[in-house]
Design a protein around this ligand. Structure first.
Ligand code: CMC
Length: 379
């Protein structure tokens, strides 16, 4: 094998089939089980989309009602898990809390070692229902606030915001949050999903695969980019008194400088899409709605300035994390909580892939080309 045979980062390598989603960079489209993600975001709840990813079809009214009842009755943070979260230092990253919580939920699940589809689907539903309380409570405890109990009269998105902020969110905020959850739900063989499939291929349990996926998502080249985008905005400086034009000019200057220094700017570029991320227009519309709702035009200026400068200098387009970061900021989430929001959503896609992997499993075990010293001996 020569070095040219090696596909660094598995770029361009097709490793398996999947029926969960289809990314088509040529047509700039993303389909979940055949449905364009934009259509799902426009007309479905996140709960419906999760069922679509797991089952392959959009749910009937009765299937949705059954899942809704299940999800609402599995939202509360158990006292044991709360105690474990409380024992973690507030200095640790919220993704560490998510990762720990997913592991604890696995250890607490009496069916953890049952890898039948039925058991795994139940575990997937439980994890999806439980994670918002973890994310919401972790943000609250860092702010010195008490746990807010879930409300079973609210949908998933509305309740997530309720548990985080202790007040009912305005309809446009719920709508934008629901859209973000749908857009983050699934994206074929990205790094975290592939990690989940690798772990599953060893026949380890579902929670182990999700814990590994959370670890992979944490990095700034993957899910951690939504948090990193906000750090960029903070570094440029958010000045509420500025006009959009003033903010745009400062952002452009910042980007020109960053690119001159050959910096990688998070929230831009994609391994698969080279001509723009299919999810961006929908999330940008959600961000625009938030900018209007909170009357924060200077954020649009920063957004436009970075995007224009990057486009002009390198023709690199934003990815989903770029509009998602400032949208979550406007909703009131603390920056380190952004990637845990991605986790809460992506649990649906990860678990759909875990179940698919088990349907026709083959241990994932690639080869490497050795380039260390030739054989040698101790004496
Ligand atoms: N800022 C500046 N330059 C970039 C960027 C960027 N964000 N992305 C790519 N480039 C340049 C890179 O420097 C390189 O230039 P050159 O050929 O002159 O050395 C060229 O574009 C190719 O980049 P690459 O990193 O080799 O390409 P890749 O396909 O491995 O990268 C990527 C994909 C997502 C890792 C990369 O675009 C990146 O690091 N982006 C920033 C992190 C980010 O936003 N990640 C979120 C990805 S999408 C959502 C998700 O999965 O969470």
């Amino acid at each position: 094998m020569t070095e040219t045979d090696i596909k660094k980062g598995l770029a361009g390598v097709v490793v398996d089939t999947t029926a969960v989603s289809k990314v088509n960079p040529e047509t700039n489209s993303l389909l979940y089980r055949g449905y364009p993600v934009q259509e799902l975001a426009a007309s479905c709840s996140f709960e419906q989309v999760a069922l679509l990813l797991w089952n392959g079809e959009l749910p009937s009214d009765s299937e949705l009602a059954e899942f809704t009842a299940f999800e609402r009755s599995h939202r509360a943070l158990s006292p044991e898990l709360k105690q474990i979260i409380d024992a973690l230092p507030a200095t640790c990253h919220p993704m560490d809390v998510c990762r720990t919580a997913a592991s604890v939920l696995g250890a607490q699940d009496p069916t953890a070692e049952d890898s039948s589809r039925e058991a795994n689907l139940a575990k997937a539903k439980s994890l999806l229902a439980a994670m918002p309380a973890v994310v919401a409570y972790d943000q609250r405890r860092r702010r010195g606030q008490e746990l807010v109990e879930p409300r079973d009269d609210l949908g998933y998105a509305q309740n997530f915001l309720w548990m985080t902020f202790g007040e009912e969110a305005a309809p446009p905020v719920v709508e934008a949050f629901n859209v973000s959850m749908i857009l983050y739900a699934e994206h074929s063989f990205n790094a975290s999903t592939f990690t989940a499939r690798v772990i599953t291929s060893t026949l380890a349990d579902l929670h182990s695969a999700v814990v590994g996926a959370i670890g992979a998502l944490k990095g700034p080249l993957h899910g951690g980019a939504n948090e990193a985008v906000m750090h960029t905005f903070d570094e440029i400086g958010i000045r509420q008194e500025e006009t959009a034009e003033e903010a745009e000019a400062r952002a452009k200057a910042w980007m020109d400088d960053a690119l001159a220094q050959k910096k990688k700017v998070m929230g831009f570029g994609h391994r698969v899409y080279k001509n723009g991320d299919s999810r961006v227009p929908t999330m940008k519309a959600a961000l625009d709605a938030m900018i209007e709702h909170y009357d924060r035009p200077e954020l649009l200026g920063l957004y436009n300035g970075l995007e224009k400068s990057m486009g002009e200098a390198k023709n690199i387009k934003p990815n989903l994390d770029y509009p998602a970061g400032p949208a979550y900021h406007l909703m009131g989430f603390d920056t380190p909580t952004f990637t845990p929001l991605f986790v809460a959503s992506r649990i649906s896609g990860w678990t759909a892939h875990i179940m698919e992997q088990l349907e026709s499993n083959a241990l994932i075990r690639p080869l490497s080309a050795y380039n260390g010293p030739d054989e040698r001996h101790v004496s």
